[in-house]
Write a protein that binds this ligand. Structure first.
Ligand SMILES: Nc1ncnc2c1ncn2[C@@H]1O[C@H](COP(=O)(O)OP(=O)(O)OP(=O)(O)O)[C@@H](O)[C@H]1O
Ligand SMILES: [Mg+2]
Length: 236
């Protein structure tokens, strides 16, 4: 059974429908990309999963219909959303930002173990654990936002343009970190990205959105073999 399945999903802001029937499937432990230009509906698709936008059609998580649930209910089921723009808490320390991610958990021992696990994977952040998030570089803030999501111990992580605003080498470092996290946790992921080369360093499959529709879908190799993808997203 897929971890996540979107079937004919629509979404609207007020009366304006911006998703017109999206389909997507994530198998357990899998990672699927959502590619597309600005305004194509990538963020809205993640919001439709998280319960942050008025949604039609069907979203199922481990076979359970979650369409219409509130964001806190979706999060409580084990879906963690790293929003576009990161949303770290500037005036809290690195450590406290990570603990905010764990606030629902009752297993304080497990939280402590995961915190140390995170710091082992990301020594750069460990060295700054008592610094304010505001004092981190853009790449470090992205790693912190991902860490906060990780600390909720999710089964599925939704990542919205983790490379946004980062220099290419920093963005690549963030993607290596995401890959590392995936290897160590077995998390399933949906990764929104405009840079297909970065996305394909992680995901095995992707959909390409155009104005709220799925224009293309396939495996990494299928999509990377298409001229349209190479020209639009891989620089020819
Ligand atoms: N809060 C909102 N209220 C009204 N319309 C919105 C809102 N957020 C997004 N939209 C519209 O919905 C459509 C899809 O936007 P969305 O943010 O999902 O695109 P995106 O693919 O994530 O783009 P980007 O790459 O720029 O982040 C766009 O036409 C956008 O203008
Ligand atoms: Mg977006």
């Amino acid at each position: 059974m897929p971890v996540l399945e979107l079937d004919n999903v629509t979404a609207a802001y007020g009366k304006a429908e911006v998703l017109h029937g999206i389909g997507l499937k994530v198998e357990p432990g899998g990672a699927v990309g959502i590619l597309g230009a600005n305004g194509a509906g990538k963020t809205t698709t993640l919001r439709a999963v998280s319960g942050m936008v008025k949604t039609g059609g069907q979203v199922t998580f481990n076979g359970r219909k979650i369409t219409g649930l509130r964001p806190d209910q979706v999060a409580g089921l084990g879906i963690s959303h790293v929003p576009q723009g990161r949303g770290t808490l500037a005036r809290l320390s690195v450590r406290d930002n990570l603990l905010v991610g764990a606030y629902r958990r009752k297993d304080s021992r497990g939280v402590a173990v995961d915190l140390e696990h995170y710091f082992e994977l990301f020594p750069q952040l460990a060295a700054r654990r008592n610094n304010l998030a505001a004092a981190l570089s853009g790449g470090e803030q992205q790693l912190l936002a991902i860490g906060r999501a990780f600390m909720s111990k999710p089964e599925l992580m939704l990542l919205d343009e983790p490379s946004l605003g980062l220099a290419p080498s920093t963005a690549q470092g963030v993607y290596e970190a995401i890959a590392e996290l995936r290897r160590h946790s077995g998390l399933s992921m949906v990764v929104v990205e405009q840079n297909a080369a970065l996305a394909f360093s992680i995901v095995e499959e992707a959909i390409v959105l155009e104005t709220g529709h799925v224009a293309l879908a396939g495996t990494r190799d299928e999509l990377m073999g298409m001229d349209a993808i190479r020209e639009a997203y891989l620089g020819g």
